[in-house]
Write a protein that binds this ligand. Structure first.
Ligand SMILES: [Ca+2]
Ligand SMILES: [Ca+2]
Length: 236
């Protein structure tokens, strides 16, 4: 019922969708958690006084920013409690200040299932997705790998369907952080080719394992080896 209510609320003006959820990082929680959002509308949206929250009645909602901040049409923004420089050095990314919002507080997300909600400045839910670690979501989950949306970015409701999400470790073009987390902050990866998935399914682990090892080395080589801790700590 909740999902139906959200879809109804979004119909006609959905623009900001949730596209990646780092909910169970290997890095220290909640500092290493982050959320990626995307503007699939035709114009910029001001996120001033928007909030991010987990399931209704859970922890306190966290304000994205009290200042004017526009997410461009077709643009991604990462929400995190870390500074931009720490995030970029941890992930080896080059996110700009227009692609990143550092939050002063955080609604920590559960490691086996939760809801991610974005509320506008009037506290109206504008985007919401409920994830689990069972079908139709990728089964099993895994600490250290985000959930990434691989559906149609232009579809206002596709992101709410678990079948359109993958563990980032099964996607091409993802990064590995200096904390060994896997994700695609600020980019939209694609599922690995079917033929490769079939090779793995057939038990050719020597090939699959070797490729994973090479990918991991390539990703790590891009990263700044010095990880600066933000000092933002809390229990998972
Ligand atoms: Ca968590
Ligand atoms: Ca992404």
């Amino acid at each position: 019922m909740l999902m139906a209510a959200v879809l109804s609320a979004n119909s006609g003006h959905a623009a900001i969708i949730i596209t990646e959820i780092m909910y169970d990082p290997l890095g220290t929680e909640p500092a290493a958690e982050w959320i990626e959002i995307y503007n699939n509308g035709g114009s910029a949206v001001d996120l001033q006084n928007w909030q991010i929250d987990d399931i209704a009645g859970g922890e306190s909602a966290a304000t994205l920013t009290t200042s004017s901040f526009s997410i461009a049409a077709g643009g991604f923004v990462i929400l995190s409690t870390r500074t931009l420089s720490v995030f970029n050095s941890t992930w080896g990314t080059s996110l700009s200040s227009a692609q990143f919002l550092q939050l002063a507080s955080w609604a920590q997300f559960n490691n086996t299932g939760d809801e991610v909600r974005l509320l506008d400045s009037s506290s109206v839910v504008q985007s919401s997705v409920t994830y689990t670690e069972s079908s139709p979501w990728p089964s099993g989950g895994a600490a250290g790998t985000s959930y990434g949306f691989v559906g149609d970015l232009g579809d206002a409701s596709a992101y709410t369907l678990g079948g359109n999400w993958r563990l980032s470790s099964t996607l091409d073009g993802v990064l590995t952080s200096s904390e060994s987390d896997t994700g695609s902050p600020g980019i939209q990866p694609v599922p690995e080719p079917v033929h490769f998935t079939l090779f793995c399914a057939l038990g050719l682990l020597a090939i699959c394992g070797g490729r994973t090892w090479l990918d991991s080395r390539r990703s790590r080589q891009k990263l700044n080896p010095v990880f600066q801790h933000s000092g933002f700590e809390a229990s998972p």
